[in-house]
Structure formats: structure tokens, C-alpha cells
Design a protein around this ligand. Structure first.
Ligand code: BG6
Length: 491
């Protein structure tokens, strides 16, 4: 199956922080792959902007080594063609150096065609404290008009800081110009959640508390904090993953069908879910911190971050309730952690038992389970109950109807485009559906803040858990108290 390449208009994309880690690992390789995919029309330019003193040739050499390290494909000719689109400006995000040069790349205002505005994207791949200054200078130097700005997480570290950031951006840009990235929304299978729910007749009639017993959302990682000790020790799993990525998954699973697949219709529905979340009860949440393993030379969390008194969680599991007609009485169990036994992001929708078993008590209890595997091995499995093969009697057994997207879709299914490729192309197309709106981010913080404030007030210390385990034992208790169990964490 060959995917269609939807053409985009010529564009200029400025990467503030053009020499940074994100630019090297994600943004530039993603742009290169889209270039190779035929989605960078003639005239499209990428302008790296950073403080480092270098010229365009030196920056092109820098981009080439980033591509060699983080992209790995492409012929020498393709790389050379791509590099010819790249430019560089020495620019101070905090001061006025370089801004007039950057402005010189674009037409002057009197040439700005209102009816057919040029596509100008400004990617803020810098620390959030620089966002306000960048937005103000873009405006002051006459580049805000018709421009689109892309901002990365962390978008604030609580409601107050998120509000301040929103206000700083709103002073110079309209909400329709602001693209807040949550890279989970760019993942192929995350978008598939919407296709599965709203493109099929099969699931939606059952998608409510009458038929669904509970839902589990797991985002398990094997990695540790990967060189971001300083940030992570201030953030922890609740801010780093739960407030954004798992929250977005919860929204897509729980939201009402939007009237159409357009950005505000989808985001309105997601916002309603966040606002319908009950505050999390302290006994419905478990925090964990991974221990080291001296035998194999694995440092503990505290060793990793170099803070032996750290009480930051590298794992969090909680029970959430969406208080509305659809979900009253169906809990959502969410968990995420680092250094766990396997990398696995999975959503399990556990249906209720059939209301009456005609097969008698010996047949046991059986319930359908829909498993949506986000990564790795993207696919869905529906567990159904059938008769166990055999000569006599009626014994029931649960078997999976398994669909691996890689098998079903061939090459396209096994190599879905990277989230950044999709998200950057959506910015260029001007489609905000997969980006978080300001009110959504604020609502997510409003739900997260009291949880964190509660830990601080109680002096909560996370429970230790073994590296390469499924997390702290208390997370199992959270389920068992409700007569339920987590599904296994498997790659
Ligand atoms: C990031 C977090 O947003 O997502 C990281 O800051 C985490 O801590 C990462 O490792 C996980 O993303 P993915 O795409 O590897 O699941």
C-alpha cells in the first residue's frame, strides 16, 4: 500500500535553537524525510537561528552530521539538495543581534499578500523562558503577521506558569497562529484511536459505562532520564508524561464524537473531558522511584540525577474518573514510568462480562478486551470468547483476533512516519487539530496541580521499585482493591 503525498505550499521555517538537541535529533531529520518524500516544494527554505557564531556553510556541515547520526538514510545527492535549502542566522533570542538579518529573508510588509499569505513558521526549540522574548521580537521586527509559531513542551510547570506563557504569546499572536506540540498526538496509532472509534460502527455503541468495565492506559519506558537530569528532577513523571501525553490519550479515548474532524471541534471535545475529570483522591495514586542494580551496574534514580534526597517520581499510577453521562462508574487507570521491564504504550478497554451465562458456572467468567498497541508493534487485538475445541462438553476460552498494522498495511504499517514529520507538515498546512489549545493545557494543569500540591503538603516519598520491573507493588494494590488487575507490560 503506497501512501499519498499531499503537496504543501512553499514555506519558510525558522528554527530558533537551530543548533540544539531537538533540532538535531528530531526537527532536521523529520524535515529531511519529508524532503525525500517530495514534500518540500521548490522555494521552501529552512533557516537555522542560534547564538553560535558560524556561517551558512558551517551550519550546513552541522546539519549534515545531524542527518548522518539521526536519520541514517538518503543518498549523497539528496543530502546535498536538502542542504541547499538550509540557511543560518546568528541570532540572540534575548537581545537584538541578528533580528534585522532574519527579517531580511522575508518580503517587506507592502509586498505581503493578504489573500495568499506566505507560509512562515517559527519553531521555538528553546527554553520556555525565551518564548516571550521571541514572540515580542518577531512582532517588533514585523514578522508576526501571518506567521505560525511552534512551541515545545514543557508548556509551563503548573497552571500559573502555563497561563503566563499563554498570555505572553497571546500578546503578539492569535491562538490560530500558535501550535503547541505534544508529540504523542503526532503518533500514527494515536491518531488511529480516532479512526477506530469514529470510523467504525462496531465500537462506538459499546463505548460507555454500560458496557465498559474499565480502561487502562500504560506508557512504559525502559529508558531513564537520558541526560535531562536537571529538568526531570524538577518535573517528575506527573508533569513530564501524565499531564500531557497520558492526558491526551485519555481525552481521545473518552471524548464525545466531534461533529467534524476539524481543529476546534476536536479540541472542544477534548477540553470537555479534562474539565469533567474528578480531582484524584490521594489513595488513588501511587508514586515510584527506580532503584539501582549494583550487579549489572545500573544506577538508582537518585544516583542518576545526583541528588540522594530526591523525592521526584519516575513512575506514577492513578485512578481517574470522568464525571459525565458516558463514563460515570467506569474508572480509567493510568500509569507511566521509566526503567520498566519493557517499552510498551498500550490502551486496554476492558468490557463487562456478559449479563448472564447460559453455559453455567463451569464455563468461568469471560469478558471482551480491546487492546490498542501504540508502540512498538502498532496494532489492535480484540479478545473474544469461543468454545474450546474438544470432543464433549462446552468449555469456553478467550482467543485474540489480532491485527498487526505492519502485517495489514505492509511497508507503510511497519514504518509509520515519525510524529515530528507529521506535526511539522500539519503546521505548514495550517492544521491545528493535533496541537494543544491554550485552554486545554491550562485545564490539564488545573487537574495536575492539586495532586502535586498534595504530595508536597504531605511530604510524600515515592516507593522504590526495581529496575526492569513493572513498577512498585502498591500500583498492583490500587487495582486489586477494586478487584481488577493490570495487564502485563510486554514489548
Ligand atoms: C517526552 C518526555 O515528552 O516523551 C520523555 O519528556 C519521554 O521523558 C518521551 O521519554 C517519550 O516519548 P516516546 O515517543 O519515546 O514514547
Amino acid at each position: 500500500m503506497v501512501s499519498r503525498v499531499i503537496p504543501v505550499d512553499p514555506f519558510d521555517l525558522v528554527i530558533f535553537g537551530g543548533t540544539g538537541d531537538l533540532a538535531q535529533r528530531k526537527i532536521l531529520p523529520a524535515l529531511f524525510r519529508r524532503f525525500r518524500g517530495g514534500q518540500m516544494p521548490t522555494g521552501a527554505r529552512i533557516i537555522g537561528a542560534a547564538r553560535a557564531s558560524m556561517d551558512t556553510d558551517a551550519y550546513r556541515a552541522f546539519v549534515m552530521s545531524a542527518l548522518q547520526e539521526f536519520s541514517g538514510d538518503g543518498s549523497a545527492q539528496e543530502i546535498a539538495d536538502f542542504l541547499s535549502r538550509i540557511h543560518y542566522v546568528i541570532l540572540d533570542a534575548d537581545g537584538d543581534t541578528g533580528w534585522s538579518t532574519l527579517r531580511g529573508f522575508f518580503d517587506q510588509d507592502d509586498e505581503f499578500d493578504e489573500a495568499n499569505p506566505p507560509v512562515r513558521v517559527f519553531y521555538f526549540s528553546v527554553r520556555p523562558r525565551l518564548f516571550g522574548g521571541l514572540a515580542e521580537r518577531l512582532y517588533r521586527y514585523g514578522m508576526a503577521k501571518g506567521g505560525r509559531i511552534v512551541v515545545e513542551k514543557p508548556f509551563g510547570n503548573d497552571l500559573e506558569t502555563a497561563r503566563t506563557l499563554n498570555q505572553m504569546l497571546a500578546a503578539y499572536f492569535h491562538e490560530s497562529q500558535i501550535y503547541r506540540i505534544d508529540h504523542y498526538l503526532g503518533k500514527e496509532t494515536v491518531q488511529n484511536l480516532m479512526a477506530i472509534r469514529f470510523g467504525n460502527m462496531l465500537f462506538e455503541p459499546l463505548w460507555n459505562s454500560q458496557y465498559v468495565d474499565h480502561i487502562q492506559i500504560t506508557v512504559a519506558e525502559t529508558v531513564d532520564v537520558e541526560g535531562r537530569e536537571d529538568y526531570y528532577d524538577r518535573a517528575g513523571a506527573m508533569r513530564d508524561m501524565m499531564q500531557n501525553h497520558l492526558m491526551q490519550l485519555l481525552c481521545l479515548i473518552a471524548m464525545e464524537p466531534p461533529a467534524k474532524f476539524d481543529s476546534d471541534a476536536v479540541r472542544d471535545e477534548k477540553l470537555k473531558v479534562i474539565r469533567a475529570l474528578d480531582p484524584v483522591q490521594p489513595h488513588h495514586i501511587v508514586r515510584g522511584q527506580y532503584s539501582g542494580d549494583a550487579d549489572v551496574g545500573l544506577p538508582s534514580y537518585r544516583d542518576t540525577v545526583g541528588n540522594q534526597r530526591s523525592t521526584t517520581e519516575s513512575y506514577v499510577a492513578l485512578k481517574a474518573h470522568v464525571s459525565n453521562w458516558r463514563w460515570a462508574g467506569t474508572p480509567f487507570y493510568l500509569r507511566t514510568g521509566k526503567r520498566l521491564v519493557a517499552r510498551s504504550s498500550v490502551i486496554n478497554v476492558m468490557f463487562k462480562d456478559a449479563p448472564h451465562s447460559i453455559f453455567g458456572a463451569d464455563a468461568g467468567r469471560h469478558a471482551n478486551l480491546l487492546t490498542i498497541r501504540l508502540q512498538p508493534n502498532e496494532g489492535i487485538t480484540l479478545q473474544v470468547t469461543i468454545k474450546e475445541p474438544g470432543q464433549g462438553g462446552m468449555r469456553l476460552v478467550d482467543v485474540p483476533l489480532d491485527m498487526s498494522f505492519a502485517e495489514a498495511l505492509g511497508k507503510e504499517g511497519s514504518h509509520p512516519a515519525d510524529a515530528y514529520e507529521r506535526l511539522i507538515m500539519d503546521v505548514i498546512r495550517g492544521n491545528q487539530t493535533l496541537f494543544m489549545r491554550g485552554d486545554e493545557v491550562e485545564a490539564a494543569w488545573a487537574w495536575t496541580d492539586p495532586v502535586i500540591a498534595g504530595w508536597t503538603a504531605r511530604g510524600d516519598v515515592p516507593k522504590p521499585y526495581d529496575s526492569a520491573s513493572i513498577g512498585p507493588g502498591d500500583a498492583d494494590l490500587l487495582m486489586r482493591r477494586d478487584g481488577r488487575e493490570w495487564r502485563g507490560i510486554r514489548p
